[in-house]
Design a protein around this ligand. Structure first.
Ligand SMILES: [Zn+2]
Length: 367
């Protein structure tokens, strides 16, 4: 089990290899990048590499007890924690233990290494750390125990608390190239039949997770209708609010999957308007867009840039509005209200009814 199993991110691996070779590895890292591009896989392989006693040229042996224990989640010097599936945040107990004397991450990482080497901890879902959890972690991040390496994994920079960001070395992970997404979908048999892999990979934004979500029943069809509607000057109308609500509801009975779906839909919309802004600013398709994997979205962006009356102001406002959806959804805004107000605002922007200085401040997040 070598680094060959980690696809993409070669430059990041090289940086870690160099730091380890020079014995200048930092202790606290914050991995950032879109979901579904392999940050967790990378972190696990890094943990295996740092803990393997037979490591050679930054390659873990893959067969020693240490390597096997990391993969099985049973290594005494390795801790992994993530947000529990039924919670919307990392709990304080997970970090500092509970009253029954069970230990949390902060105590476990402070213990002497069982095998005498390093201790490694991965804290996944760092997006879901709240203030009290972050406060509990601060001392550990500020003065990491000797021989310890702590890796936090999150998505966007703005979703990390400043107190956490300032105490970690940020490592950025880029989306994967679409052919690599296609290869992963096929090789790992994530979809069947595999002839859809190319289309899904091209629309994935470089994320295997996004490609996988697009594979669901009717998702690609809804995405196409949604983007067509957003590129027109008539975003609302008919029963489109109902269609979007129903699509979001089909993600699951509970709030978290519905929230994730509305955020995903907002990402598609933001990407459309981002490309349309680039086309408008450049006066046509930009050189970078020649390589853009999703040509269908690009054509719609082009139509949008031409059709909207107050083009730049409208598109900027629409993009801001879509980016705000994530904050609103995460703040548990009422889903139906959120969808209705969002589409109404996009419709205003599409028809050129925009304020003189569009800005995020125009919209305050729903309580
Ligand atoms: Zn090993």
């Amino acid at each position: 089990m070598s680094w060959d199993t980690v696809l993409g991110h070669d430059a990041v691996r090289e940086k870690f290899a160099t730091a380890v070779a020079r014995e200048r590895l930092a202790s606290t890292f914050l991995f950032l990048g879109p979901a579904g591009i392999g940050k967790r896989t990378f972190a696990l392989k890094l943990a295996q590499t740092l803990l393997c006693p037979r490591v050679q040229a930054f390659e873990p042996c893959g067969t020693c007890p240490s390597c096997r224990q990391v993969l099985a989640g049973e290594h005494p010097d390795f801790e992994y924690l993530c947000r529990p599936a039924d919670r919307n945040q990392i709990s304080l107990d997970q970090l500092i233990g509970d009253k029954s004397d069970r230990q949390g991450l902060c105590q476990k990482i402070a213990m002497k290494p069982f095998y005498g080497g390093r201790k490694v901890a991965i804290l996944d879902d760092a997006d879901d750390l709240r203030h009290e959890g972050a406060n509990a972690l601060l001392k550990t991040l500020e003065e990491p125990p000797p021989k310890s390496v702590i890796i936090l994994i999150g998505t966007a920079e703005q979703r990390q608390l400043p107190t956490i960001r300032s105490r970690c070395q940020t490592v950025r992970f880029a989306p994967l190239d679409w052919p690599l997404v296609q290869r992963i979908l096929i090789e790992r048999e994530l979809i069947s039949p595999t002839d859809r892999a190319e289309t899904l990979a091209r629309c994935s934004g470089g994320s295997v997770q996004t490609a996988w979500h697009l594979f669901g029943d009717d998702v690609m069809e809804f995405r196409r209708q949604w983007l067509e509607r957003l590129a027109s000057t008539r975003v609302t109308g008919g029963d489109f609010v109902k269609a979007l609500s129903s699509f979001v509801e089909r993600a699951g009975k509970d709030a978290p999957p519905r929230r994730r779906r509305v955020i995903e839909v907002a990402h598609w919309a933001a990407e459309l308007y981002r490309q349309a802004i680039a086309i408008h600013a450049y006066g046509g398709p930009t050189p970078a867009q020649q390589e853009y994997p999703d040509q269908e979205l690009l054509q719609l962006a082009h139509a949008c840039a031409q059709a909207w009356p107050a083009t730049l102001d409208g598109l900027t406002l629409a993009l801001d509005r879509c980016l705000l959806i994530e904050t609103q959804a995460m703040a548990n805004a009422h889903m139906q209200t959120l969808i209705e107000s969002w589409l109404l605002d996009l419709n205003q922007a599409a028809q050129g009814r925009v304020p003189a200085y569009p800005s995020l401040a125009t919209f305050s997040p729903l309580a």
